[in-house]
Ligand binder design. Structure first.
Ligand SMILES: [Fe+2]
Length: 293
């Protein structure tokens, strides 16, 4: 079977010598389990076009249309273009000029969160790394008193709370979303601590980017609680930093991990990533990747 190379003592593995487009259904299911068990899986040397990305994403669940339609592939609304690519004087990819702070892509999705596929097409020689932290190990390592305090606590998660803030960054090309777009991803009340539906593990589901309010806490106390949790989750020793190579694909679990990025807004450097966020489905998906060669 495949060799799994550990990337961090808490989570994350490189699955060696796997080429996704040629994977059989049976092997794909093994890979899916590995990703959920370890939080994320790195597959190197992939060669994925937009169509293949979407096809593979459908094996993981239900690909979600991009939250910001202006940065999606012209033929595939599920495929989001991240980076600093300029065409005709305009940045045509989602560009965060200050680095993306800790978050999970599952927040605000209509469907329950599942995985994100992130694929490196072009990478800069500096900047643009992706940082990951485990929401499972972070929960397990919390002081008992804090675990007791947050038991049953709910928060209001809001994608637009995050997006509105990003849209104010200097030099950003991100706009506040339209009313129709906001309605597509309404705010959600969710527990801070959740049980992963596949692994059964308890994990935190929180980032300061997305939490608009902590139910039952006044504003400052709520912010303090969230920052305490996020600081705990993202202590240096708990973070895995991925320096991308072209052809790298990371599939990460949006419940059991959170992620961030380092800045990459350098005019002499190009960064282009394909991203597809996948929601959960009830039943197992039966696409045979190998059959379509
Ligand atoms: Fe993200």
């Amino acid at each position: 079977m495949w060799n799994l190379k550990s990337l961090h003592c808490d989570f994350g593995v490189e699955v060696e010598d796997v080429y996704l487009p040629f994977l059989s259904y049976r092997d794909f299911e093994k890979l899916r389990r590995i990703i959920h068990q370890h939080g994320f899986g790195l597959l190197r040397n992939q060669s994925l076009g937009a169509e293949t990305m979407v096809k593979i994403a459908k094996c993981f669940g239900i690909p979600l249309s991009g939250y910001r339609p202006e940065f999606t592939h012209s033929e595939h609304p599920e495929l989001v273009l991240l980076g600093n690519i300029v065409e005709n004087g305009k940045t045509v990819t989602y560009l965060n000029t200050q680095g993306v702070e800790w978050h999970t892509d599952g927040t605000g999705a209509i469907l329950p969160p599942n995985v994100t596929m992130l694929y490196a097409v072009e990478v800069p020689t500096r900047g643009g790394e992706t940082l990951f932290a485990s929401a499972v190990k972070s929960y397990e390592s919390l002081p008992k008193s804090l675990r007791v305090e947050i038991e049953g606590v709910q928060v209001v998660n809001s994608f637009d709370h995050h997006n509105d803030r990003v849209s104010t960054f200097q030099g950003t090309n991100v706009n506040p979303r339209t009313k129709a777009q906001r309605n597509r991803n309404p705010d959600k009340v969710e527990p801070l601590v959740q049980t992963h539906p596949i692994t059964g593990e308890a994990h935190l589901f929180v980032t300061h980017q997305m939490v608009k309010e902590v139910c039952g806490y006044d504003t400052n106390a709520g912010k303090d609680l969230i920052m305490t949790l996020v600081d705990h989750m993202t202590k240096t020793e708990r973070v895995y930093t991925h320096r991308w190579r072209p052809g790298d694909l990371i599939v990460f679990d949006n419940r059991s991990t959170i992620h961030s990025a380092t800045p990459y807004d350098y005019p002499d450097q190009r960064r282009l990533m394909y991203q597809i966020i996948v929601g959960s489905r009830e039943s197992e998906h039966k696409v045979m990747l190998g059959d379509e060669g």
